[in-house]
Write a protein that binds this ligand. Sequence first.
Ligand SMILES: [Zn+2]
Length: 285
Amino acid sequence: MATDYQLRRDIVRFGAMLHSLGFIAATDGNLSVRLDEGRILVTPTGMSKGMMTPSDLVVVDMNGRRLKGKRQVTSEIGMHLLIYRMRPDINGIVHAHPRTATGFAAAGMALNQPLVCEVVIGLGLIPLAPYGTPGTPELAATLEPLIPQYDAILMANHGVVTYGSDLQSAYMKMETVEHFAQIALVTHVLGQQKPLACEDLEKLVAARRRYLGVNSAAPMPVYAGMDDLGTKRRLSPSSPPARTLLTTDAESYSSAKISPQRRIACHLVVILVQEIFDIHVGGNA
Ligand SMILES: [Zn+2]
C-alpha cells in the first residue's frame, strides 16, 4: 500500500512527464489519486504541473472541501469527484491537452475507428463528450453518460481525461490516446483507413481479460459511429449489424482513388508531422 508521500511523489513525477511530452502547457492539466473512501489528493490550480513539489498538492474531501494544503485546488475538481463517485474501481485520474488528441476533439471527431489492435484491447473506442465550460458543473455533466463504460474520453474543444486503477495506469492511457491519435491522423492524411474486421474485434475483446490491468468495459463492436454531437449511438436490433457498418467504412476508404500528386503531397505531410513530433519530443527530453 503506497503511503501518502509516495502518492504525492507519483503525482509530481507524472505531472513532469506530461509537461516534458508537451501534453500540457503553462498551468494546464490536473492529476489526482484516491487516498481512501473520503479523501482525494489532487493538483493545485494556477501552477505548472511540470514544476510541482509534493507539498504543493491539496487534499480534499468527496465534496471538494480542502482538508490539507496551502494552495487552491484545481478548478476541475468536480470532474475528478464525479469519476471517483461513479467508478469505485478508479484510484487515479489524469487530465491533459495532448495536441493531436485535442486536435481531434477540437475538430469534433471521436477516435472511434478500430485501427490498432492494442487500443481496442486497452480502451475500445475513445468517445467524444460534447463541450462543457471548464470549471463548471456543465463539464462534468457532459462526461457523465460516458464514464461508466470508458476509461478515456475526448472532451470537445478542450482535451482528454483518462483514469485507471492507479495513477500510472491513468497516465499510460493518456499516452495511448495521444499515440493512437497520431496514428489516426496519419491515416487521415493518407486518405485511407482500414478498420479491423468485426470477427477480429470480437477476438480482441475476448482477449482483454488475459491482459493484466485491462478492465475496460468499452462495448465493442456493439457500438459503431457517432452522431453530429459526437455522442455514441447504440445500434438498435433493427440497425444493420456492426460488421456491415465497419466493412462499409473500410470499403469506402480503400476504394477512394488517390492521384499520384495527392499521394506525394500526403507523403510530405506525413514526414512533416513526424518531424514536428520528433523536434518537439526531442526538444523537451
Ligand atoms: Zn483542461
